[in-house]
Design a binder for this molecule. Structure first.
Ligand code: MN
Length: 166
């Protein structure tokens, strides 16, 4: 008798679950099994050598479009790699997701960037970002208010500038 009751309860639970699943609205995007390890986003493709020194990968997360006026990418700098000096007409937010990196604004010392840090580059402030010499660094770059422009590229960061971290 106890065994019959258990089977009945299991069946009832099964039927109830099936009915719930059938009435739940389906997501517009197919859900893939989530990986529990490794990077959140793909590394993407090599960034153009004209704007970077060393090996840099970029994966676009959000394409610029009028409704949102922002663009976002996942950027991975291999050890020693960095962007050229540049500025953003409307600023940029960097969210470090892995590794150890460098960030410098013109006239300021190079500072270390750790996983979990968020940096706000103010509009038109000349700066660069990249990996530290021995560790890669990955950040999400969020360019905001892109109707004002996204980036103005400048000269490469020299080895002397890059190695000035103390
Ligand atoms: Mn920047």
């Amino acid at each position: 008798m106890v065994r019959i009751l258990v089977i009945a309860a299991t069946l009832a639970a099964g039927i109830s679950f099936t009915s719930y699943a059938q009435t739940t609205p389906t997501a517009s995007v197919a859900v893939k099994p989530a990986s529990t390890q490794g990077p959140v986003f793909p590394k993407g493709n090599r960034a153009p050598a004209t704007n970077f020194t060393g090996t840099v990968y970029v994966y676009s997360l959000v394409k610029d479009e009028p409704t949102f006026n922002c663009a976002s990418s996942n950027v991975t700098f291999e050890p020693g790699a960095r962007s050229n000096w540049h500025s953003h007409p409307a600023g940029q937010i960097l969210m470090v997701t892995d590794g150890l990196g460098y960030y410098q604004e013109e006239g300021q010392p190079v500072r270390l960037l750790h996983k979990g840090e968020v940096v706000k580059a103010q509009p038109n402030v000349k700066h660069w970002h990249g990996a530290s010499p021995k560790q890669a660094m990955t950040h999400i770059a969020l360019n905001v208010n892109t109707e004002k422009g996204i980036v103005t590229w400048l000269n490469p960061v020299t080895d002397k500038e890059y190695n000035s971290y103390r």
